[in-house]
Design a protein around this ligand. Structure first.
Ligand code: PLP
Length: 383
């Protein structure tokens, strides 16, 4: 399995062409809020930078290209992108959400949008009956991730798209973990693809951003209206940085996958590890579906440490190459304790049910040498 070779070309050239005035090969940072008009209402397609900006336009074109989408819209964070999708709904709309959704997504839905009359049902998306039990005529969106965060479950995108379609609803896929290099949910029937571009698309742990990709014209217009009316847009500087990052997305993700596969195999053999969650392992519960819908398996791995919680803390302290930090998808390797860090806002009972316990560790494997990553884990687990 491999990333398609034309994706490497697409990533480098998407959205970019020589700048017409100077021939500059890189799209300039159009650091401007407004644009001069020759007569009232007569301009070159740009009137105010909340509505549009040339750097953002180039970046959004690149985002659409890499996700095989007709349209892409960029936002100031992944959460702002999620907010824009939800703000296309009316009060009384219902949304079915996979129960191990990213902690911040659950918080946005439970603690903010529930107040506005939108109802969210959190269900195990491997349980067909649980989905059918909450599906009704008010269901407008089915919202999923695959792989999920942090338990790395694989959900069948085509199956969920068909289910949404039959119910007259739309499927939203948060594709942050897989990236457009490994999985393109719009091609599998999703109506919206969402990214926290903070993660792999940015890739260097230096920008916060989000994006939504859409094929349908009406849905695009609705989200575009929210982007303009509510205004959570990224700055021209951030658009420039993210456009630059897209050029190396294919090579970075390929390397993240190489390292993910090597590290997961190492962990699977370790006596200090009681379970490894990585869809690339042949005995992983999601391996079959992952093979069908992903090109490779990515750089994210979760595992259960076999020792006590004190052993887990000692393990974090001994790591030298992996840094203990929230977030993921950067060139540098990170380690995270979901229960106390990224997923602290998940209700305690649900956390237990999902298996996000004191011994669960999540790794974001960077692009360093796999030998060095394994040596680092080995000394921290065994010394
Ligand atoms: C980080 C993350 C988000 C939220 O994105 P921000 O850029 O932090 O606002 C949403 N979904 C997933 C899967 C994430 O990892």
């Amino acid at each position: 399995m491999s990333i398609e070779s034309n994706f490497f070309t697409k990533a480098v050239h998407a959205g970019t062409r020589p700048e017409p005035v100077t021939g500059a090969i890189m799209t300039p940072i159009f650091q401007t809020s407004t644009y001069v008009q020759s007569e009232p209402g007569v301009h070159k397609g740009f009137d105010y930078s909340r509505a549009n900006n040339p750097t953002r336009q180039a970046y959004e074109e690149a985002l659409a290209t890499i996700e095989n989408a007709k349209h892409a819209l960029s936002f100031s964070s992944g959460i702002a992108a999620e907010q824009a999708i939800i703000q296309t709904l009316d009060a009384n709309a219902e949304v079915i959400v996979c129960d191990d959704v990213y902690g911040g997504t659950g918080r946005l839905f439970r603690q903010l949008f529930s107040k506005y009359g939108i109802k969210f049902h959190f269900v195990d998306m491997h349980d067909d009956k649980a989905i059918k039990d909450v599906l009704n005529k008010n269901t407008k969106l089915i919202w999923m991730e695959s792989p999920t965060n942090p338990t790395m479950k694989i959900i069948d995108i085509k199956k969920m798209a068909a289910l949404a379609k039959n119910a007259g609803a739309y499927l939203v896929v948060d594709n942050t973990f897989a990236t457009p290099a490994l999985q393109n949910p719009l091609d599998m029937g999703a109506a919206f693809v969402l990214h926290s571009t903070t993660k792999y698309i940015g890739g260097h742990s230096d920008v916060i951003g989000g994006a939504v990709m859409i094929n349908d014209e009406d849905l695009f217009k609705k989200v575009k209206f929210v982007q303009f009316a509510a205004g959570a847009v990224p700055s021209p500087m951030e658009c420039f940085m993210l456009l630059r990052s897209i050029k190396t997305l294919a090579v970075r993700v390929d390397r993240h996958c190489d390292n993910g596969e090597r590290v997961a195999s190492y962990l699977a053999e370790s006596k200090k590890v009681s379970a490894v969650y990585y869809p690339g392992l042949a005995n992983d519960r999601g391996h079959g579906i992952a093979k069908a819908q992903m090109r490779r398996f990515g750089g994210m791995i979760s595992f259960d440490h076999a020792g006590s919680y004190d052993d887990v803390v000692a393990f974090f302290k001994k790591l030298k190459v992996y840094s203990l930090a929230e977030s993921l998808g950067g060139v540098e390797s990170l380690v995270n304790h979901p229960a106390l860090m990224t997923h602290a806002s998940v209700p305690t009972e649900l956390r237990k049910k999902l298996g996000i316990g004191p011994n669960l560790v999540r790794l974001s494997c960077g692009i360093e040498s796999a030998d060095d990553l394994i040596a680092d884990l080995d000394q921290a687990l065994n010394s």
